[in-house]
Design a protein around this ligand. Sequence first.
Ligand code: HEC
Length: 105
Amino acid sequence: MRRRVPSPAGAHPCDAARSLGEKDADDEAAEGRALAERWCAACHATGPAQASGGDAAPAFATLAASRDDAALAAWMAAPHPPMPDPGLSRDQIAALLAYMKTLRN
Ligand code: HEC
């Protein structure tokens, strides 16, 4: 079953960019960050320079540094246990990837 992304409370900042038919990289990364905080932070440390708490789920900063874009996108499209499949859309995957790229340094 596919879940829809719940909209963040209130008007969301992406609307303006979308109505212009364009989303720049910063907007996309911001959207990915919001998704990460909502859907991924329960298991993953999603912030910059955040080390894994030693749990089974690796920190996003670690993943961004150790995986290439294709590997990250492939996993998000079809994760396997112990990670649940959140049913991400292509846009959501692109946004999450854009955010993860900002964690590389
Ligand atoms: C219920 C806990 C849980 C949630 C929620 C979760 N993950 Fe994971 N995730 C894991 C675990 C555990 C692993 C490690 C799996 C392994 O190494 O076998 C993992 C691994 C990953 C990996 C690395 C896969 C690889 O290449 O080894 C990525 C990328 C990832 N998760 C992205 C996400 C994203 C994006 C979200 C939010 C949409 C998310 N995860 C939400 C538990 C979770």
